[in-house]
Design a protein around this ligand. Structure first.
Ligand code: MOS
Length: 715
């Protein structure tokens, strides 16, 4: 059978997520749902200035309110052992001193016996400040940007070569700050089981990482910290680190000698768990008349906080995507009086491709070369940055599949020249790429004498349905049905696994599952001796040998292939938009997303992953934007009423296609990540389609109607 027909885009075949029923019936318990015995409730009070210090905290009234157990601030916070050893640039040290670092920085925690009482009493706390002049505008302060700690500048050939090319584009781009906004609010339930023993039920993308960080902060042995995070309702990067609210709840539990639950509000989610940084970019790109690129230069400045040097390096993509002799990239950061950004789905690349792939589109019109053709002319056969071979790249095939599926041949060559029922029609496309990593991971595999196979590892699942591919890998390797297999995750007691981030889990943990199953089969073969079959009746063999179980613990990690190859997942997005010429409203009419992410292990969850990323990309292109009122340094649209994300009615037909070419140079499964590439490139593809429809090049996201109608007649 042709391997591609296995994953036909219209096919809904494939295994449904193995924990799906629990999730839709309420059987899956999330962090805030662990109502342990003696639970008390915490509510944070956030600073109302962007910079300065706390002059006074009047908590008398709050303390006397019914049910209140404690009010904690820098005035009375117990000494936190790990704070002293923190480096100068580090996450917020909550209740450490009187400094206010951003509008929303938590300055007090109120704990009461019910949530409602905690909420009411927190409203009675009066904080006075000594405000200092704050700076929160990136656009007004670009000149103050500095080099980040790493990845600042790259040069190959002549950095100015693009300027002397016969065809060139010089353009600036703005990507607003975006918030991850998972459905599940960040939450923690913290319980001290002994003065040096801590248990938390927490929303985290990495239970092991949270475990070691909490041990360090509270100065207790790692093995004395238990982290449970079995179900996570989305995160997209926001749960990659320990935040101030987690530390606050743990401090609170110590003070009141009861377990404490602390769940952020939706408004807190905009200030206290990171975001994709607002970023200014500039591209200079030049080509010869035949479309061959002469040079690319890419400058980027992203915002960070005053207390951390976060950098997502958006310019890097311009030295990695196209074959070109002259490349220059320059990343900078600008410290502002805001909370720290953090990785958000497709970090660096989602931002960088918006600029580079918009510029490529603009160049294609100048050259009068089809945008897909222009990309094929400059197709990189080896990595432009290092000259090394790729572990695998079937991007050419992806362009072809996507163009066919969207009907690229119908695209109007002249912008603004096609209408359907009075709407302007446009087609656009973009490439996406993201590094394909493989992290160390360990899996314990246990075969029981009832024929059940239990797999255990400390990975989290933030939503993609991680257990499903894992169970499929084990089923195929062991030759047993998936119903006999259980995948246990989200607990720090299990063997080591990486954080769920950077699209690495199938490659890392999937490989560990595969290798553990191979090791377990070998153990059975030793037991059986000569003459055993490849797929024995495991339960019968165990009974024969009077064993209740057989188990292995298998470590797995990348080998020397990482020195030989450069490893990426690739994607191509094709978009058809309709633009209303009177109102400037943009409707995405169809999206076709093609992933070249190696072998597809789990077609159904893979398809969901691609569709989810495409939806997020439509939001990025058309809606998402955090707005700060610079007079107060305050986020003004911190709610789902004001910060728009796509709803079902905004989403068109989306086709998820897979090249499905195994990349066996990266891991024994041949599988690479797709969580990030599903989003990366989407914003440029939509912007390029809008240009094709209207002749208006929008370089500042999101593409809201005002940006299209303000410039006069559209057609
Ligand atoms: Mo992510 S930014 O891969 O959580």
């Amino acid at each position: 059978m042709n391997k591609r027909t296995l994953n036909h885009p219209k096919s809904t075949t494939g295994t449904s997520r193995v924990d799906g029923r629990l999730k839709v019936t309420g059987g899956a318990k999330y962090a805030a749902e662990f109502n342990v015995k003696g639970l008390a409730y915490g509510v944070l009070v956030g600073a109302t200035i962007a910079k300065g210090s706390i002059r006074s905290i009047d908590s008398k009234k709050a303390e006397n309110a019914p049910g209140v157990l404690a009010v904690i601030s820098h005035l009375n916070c117990p000494k936190i052992p790990g704070y002293a050893a923190e480096p100068a640039k580090a996450p917020i040290k909550i209740f450490y001193d009187d400094k206010v670092l951003y509008n929303g920085h938590a300055v007090a925690l109120l704990i009461a016996d019910t949530f409602e009482r905690a909420q009411y009493a927190a409203s009675l706390i009066k904080v006075e400040y000594n405000a200092q002049k704050h700076i929160t505008s990136l656009k007004d302060n670009l000149g103050s940007a500095v080099a980040p700690p790493s990845d600042a500048e790259f040069k190959k050939g002549n950095p100015d070569a693009w300027q002397s090319a016969p065809f060139k584009v010089e353009q600036e781009y703005i990507l607003p700050s975006e918030v991850h906004n998972p459905m599940e609010l960040h939450a923690i339930v913290a319980r001290w089981d002994a003065p040096d023993k801590l248990t938390v039920w927490d929303k985290t993308q990495g239970v092991k990482d949270t475990q070691s960080n909490l041990a360090r902060i509270f100065g207790i042995p790692v093995e004395n910290v238990q982290v449970h995070s079995k179900y996570v309702g989305g995160a997209f990067g926001s749960a990659l680190q320990v935040w101030q609210h987690e530390v606050a709840a743990i401090i609170g539990a110590k003070v009141v000698k009861r377990p404490v639950k602390l769940m952020l509000t939706r408004a807190d989610m905009f200030t206290s768990v990171g975001y994709r940084p607002l970023t200014w970019q500039k591209i200079g790109i030049g080509a010869a008349a035949d479309g061959k690129l002469v040079g690319i230069s890419h400058w980027a400045t992203g915002q960070t906080s005053t207390y951390e040097d976060f950098a997502e390096s958006p310019a890097d993509v311009s030295r990695q995507l196209y074959a070109c002799a002259n490349l220059y990239t320059n990343n900078k950061i600008l410290s502002l009086d805001v909370g720290s950004p953090i990785w958000m789905r497709g970090p660096g690349y989602a931002t960088g491709t918006f600029a580079l792939e918009s510029a490529m589109d603009e160049l294609s019109y100048q050259l009068n070369i089809d945008p897909v053709e222009l990309r094929l002319i400059n197709y990189a056969e080896t990595d432009p940055e290092t000259g090394k071979p790729y572990s695998g790249k079937s991007l050419r095939e992806a362009y072809k599949m996507g163009a066919e599926n969207i009907g690229w041949h119908s695209r109007p060559k002249k912008p603004g020249s096609m209408t359907e029922d009075g709407w302007l029609v446009g087609y656009g496309m973009s490439t996406g790429m993201f590094q394909a990593d493989r992290e160390p991971a360990t899996v314990k595999a246990t075969m029981n004498d009832d024929g059940s196979l239990i797999l255990q590892t400390a990975v989290s699942d933030i939503g993609p349905g991680t257990a499903t591919p894992m169970v499929l890998i084990a089923s195929e390797t062991m030759g047993i049905p998936i119903e006999n297999i259980r995948f246990d995750l989200g607990d720090s007691a299990y063997p080591n696994a990486p954080q769920q981030g950077g699209s690495t889990i199938v490659s890392s943990v999937g490989s560990a599952v595969y290798l553990a199953c191979i090791a377990l089969k070998e153990k059975f073969q030793q037991l059986i001796g000569n003459g055993g079959t490849d797929k024995p009746d495991y339960a019968a063999v165990l009974k024969q040998h009077n064993l209740v179980k057989l188990e292995v613990v298998t470590d797995s990690k990348a080998g020397t292939e990482v020195d030989k190859y450069v490893m990426y997942s690739w994607s191509v997005h094709f978009i058809k938009v309709l633009v209303n010429p009177l109102t400037g409203v943009v409707k995405v009419d169809k999206a076709t997303c093609v992933a070249d992410s190696g072998r597809i292990i789990s077609p159904k969850t893979a398809r969901s992953q691609i569709i989810g990323g495409a939806i997020m990309g439509i939001g990025m292109a058309l809606m998402e934007e955090t707005v700060i009122d610079h007079r107060y340094g305050k986020v003004m649209n911190a709610s789902f009423g004001d910060y728009h994300v796509p709803v079902q009615a905004d989403i068109p037909q989306i086709e998820a296609l897979f090249v499905n070419e195994p990349d066996l140079n990266i891991n024994p499964l041949g599988a690479k990540g797709m969580g990030e590439i599903s989003l990366i490139g989407m914003a440029a593809a939509v912007a390029n389609a809008v240009y094709n429809a209207t002749g208006k090049r929008v370089t500042e996201l999101p593409i809201t109607p005002d940006k299209l109608v303000g410039w006069g007649e559209l057609s």
